[in-house]
Every structure is written in structure tokens, then in C-alpha cells.
Design a protein around this ligand. Sequence first.
Ligand code: CP
Length: 306
Amino acid sequence: MLKGRSLVEPEDFSLEEMELLFSLAEKIEKDEKYLRESCRGRLLATLFFEPSTRTRLSFEAAMLRLGGSCLGFAEPGSSSAVKGESLADTIRMAASYADAIVMRNPKEGAALLASRYSTVPVINAGDGGHHHPTQTLTDLLTIKRLSGNIGNMTVGFCGDLKFGRTVHSLAKALARYKNISMVFISPEELVLPEYIKSILKKQNVQYIESENLEKSIGELDVLYMTRVQRERFFNEDDYIRLKDTYVLNSDRMAAGKEKLIVLHPLPRVNEISVEVDTDPRAAYFKQAKYGMYVRMALLSSILGAE
Ligand code: CP
């Protein structure tokens, strides 16, 4: 069903297609040998024009675990982009060497452009402050695994909601599920962009905006913490002023529900104290591992093995 398809933003896949990926990922989680040889002889190009730990390594681990191989670069300084090669030409080259391309790029819209020039599937691993659809698959799978289903819940997003591409992708994706309320907690300077709010309004999603984590935490079933991203600020003083606005610590967790699920796409800086890591409600490291399973499911599906 997904064979040969690109993934630029979460809506590129239907809810049924995402469910299929989640059930494949759950099978892989139960039996890590499942689909092990399904990408034997296939090549994945990972083109990272921005730093990454989880996304790049989990895609590469996924491909290697499926029996395939990887090539690519982890920073643009080692590619001919520094000589002035256009993204379109870089993509044409990668598409002629590999069977699929995973790309992270600081420019919004770069993944869409790449998908138009590529003859093989392109997976968006983050385009500036725009989207990060495989993080969304990871987040949804984690919510499904830990709470049994996706729906009938209140999800809070906290931190940098302006530049946070994982927030934009996840809010849009959750809007497609039944009875999800959202609470957007951020300083005034980092509120959710209007275009995401208008999508939520069109889909009749109930949401409120707040500047106060303490007041909202008790209402939440899922709390999605995010980092204030230094790399997206034009002015260092603004970053320094805003970076520690919200710090989730044990005192704040005390006001949360017993079954609260705390997620974070990671990396974290100061926004979650390390003392929270041992709280059973902290799910962010589990979430990162689910990311590898869902990327295995995705690669085997788009490369036509499943
Ligand atoms: N969540 C995420 O995208 O992490 P990396 O930046 O380490 O890939």
C-alpha cells in the first residue's frame, strides 16, 4: 500500500495506513527478527544538512536491522552543497545511487522540493520549523502503546510551539483522531503559528492557549515537552531570556495525573530535570526506541518488502 510513496508531512498517509505501520512496528517490537531480511540488497541515502542523533541513527539502525545498507552524510560541510550545488541536483544524484532518501534540511519546504526531483521515495526527517512526520509516527505509536488507543484525551504541548516542527506535525496529526483536546503552553513570543491554529479550528478541535504549566498539568493525559531551539533564533538575547521558561521537575510532576504520559522528541536541555527520568510517567526514552521500530515498519513498507 505504501510502496514507492514519499512522506513529506503527516497527512501524506491516511489513518488506516498509519495504523498498518503501528501494527507492523508492534510486531517488530515483540519479535525483533520479524522482517529482518526484508530490505536485503536495498540502499538508503541519509542526507542530513542539520545535526541529528535519534532520527539519523534510528533510520540507519532500522535499515541495517532490515538487512539493507546506508550511505550519506551527517553534515552538509562534507557534501558538494558547500561548493554551491543546488538541493535539486543533490537529490537527483542521491536518487540515482539509492532506493530511498531520508533528508533533514533547515529550510521549510525542502522535503517537498526534494520529493519533486527524486525518482525514489523521499522521507522528510525535518524541514526547518515546518514538519517532522516520522517523529509524529513515533509519538503516535508511543501514545497508542502506552494508553491503549489514540483519542478521548487531553494533550498538552509545552515550550517552543512557534519553531517546534514536532509540535506542528503532531498537533495536525492528532486533529484527525476523535475527541482530542489540546492545551498549548508557551511564552507569548513562542506561541503556535496561526496556520496550525486555523487547521485545528477547521477540524473543530477544542484547544486553549496558556502561559502556565503548573495550572494546566493536572488536566493532561499526555504532556509533550519541547526544547527552546537556539538554532532557530536570530537574536541570542531572546534565546537566553526564554530558554528556561518551563522546567518540568518532581514538584510539578506531583500535580500531574497518575497515568500522565510525559513525552519529549529529544534532545532535551534544561526543560525536564533529570530527576523526572525515574518517574514511571516519563516515557521519552521509550519513545525514542519506538522511533526505530516505526521507521523499520516504514522502510520495509515503502521499499515494498511488506
Ligand atoms: N527527535 C529528533 O528529531 O532528534 P534528533 O534531532 O536527535 O534527530
